[in-house]
Design a protein around this ligand. Structure first.
Ligand code: 9J3
Ligand code: ZN
Length: 264
């Protein structure tokens, strides 16, 4: 934290620090059994071990259709080590649709802030949602129904609802150029384009990627997710350098859309 921003956590970021496999915080984890969970399927909470830096913002992450928490587990320590409490969840059934996944993300956030063993480490006013595929579609549903959320990051999101003009939460839509399950032309691109132009929003299309790229460790996904969560959950403008000016196409970026400067 600094006098200018009480929510910023950790040292000033660099290209290397946002691309690293682990950030500056050592991470601990605790399991939430399905028996202890109301309205979602349980999961794993990853959190900075130290209490020296006060509370942290938090993000809940949902897997996709037929998948388990294990399919998004790599994001737990990757994001938590940068200074977030991260809750990767299982859904009630693996067949749950995006609207249900959205409600489950919110139930998990409520568990995290009100009932979990680490609730004292979480700043309940600074929360976000992420998810893969139908979980990404669920993260849009969650943001639509809870506008107080500070950030949403759908990863190769899938939803039958293509239009999201209701969303008030800064949203980074991540798609994959080779996705044949949730093709960007009928999912991520219309999701992004339908978000209000007045909103802080961005579209990252991964190059040489598939629907399942978010299921294994990926530096481009991590880098831009970290920057987005830091910028909007922590109000940490030190991370704006990774988002503005807009990243240019590269070996890992097919396309990037967004508006700069952020913080409109
Ligand atoms: O969560 C997902 O991977 C959604 C893609 C899918 O299989 O949709 C078919 C109904
Ligand atoms: Zn809609």
């Amino acid at each position: 934290a600094s006098a200018a921003n009480p929510y910023e956590r950790g040292p000033a970021p660099t290209q290397a620090s946002v691309e690293a496999l682990r950030g500056p915080y050592a991470v601990s984890q605790t399991t939430v059994s399905s028996l202890a969970a109301t309205g979602f399927g349980g999961g794993t909470i990853y959190y900075p071990t130290s209490t020296a830096d006060g509370t942290f913002g938090a993000v809940v992450i949902s897997p996709g259709f037929t998948a388990y928490e294990s399919s998004i587990a790599w994001l737990g320590p990757r994001l938590a080590s940068q200074g977030f409490v991260v809750f990767t969840i299982d859904t009630l059934t693996t067949l749950d649709q995006p609207d249900s996944r959205g409600r489950q993300l919110l139930a998990a956030l409520d568990h995290l802030t009100q009932r979990s063993a680490v609730r004292g480490r979480v700043d309940a006013s600074r929360l976000g949602v992420m998810g893969h595929s139908m979980g990404g579609g669920g993260s849009l549903e969650a943001a639509k129904s809870r506008p107080s959320l500070k950030a949403a990051v759908p990863l190769t999101g899938w939803n039958t609802d293509k239009t999201w003009p209701e969303i008030k939460t800064p949203t980074l839509v991540i798609g994959a150029d080779g996705d044949t399950v949730a093709p960007v032309a009928t999912h991520s691109e219309p999701f992004y384009e339908s978000l209000p132009n007045s909103l802080d929003k961005a579209y990252l299309e991964l190059n040489g990627a598939t629907h399942f790229t978010p299921n294994t460790s990926n530096t481009t996904i991590a880098k831009y997710s970290i920057a987005w969560l830091k910028r909007f959950i922590d109000d940490d403008t030190r991370y704006e350098q990774f988002l503005c000016p807009l990243p240019r196409p590269s070996l890992t970026i097919e396309e990037y859309r967004g508006s700069c400067p952020l913080g409109s």
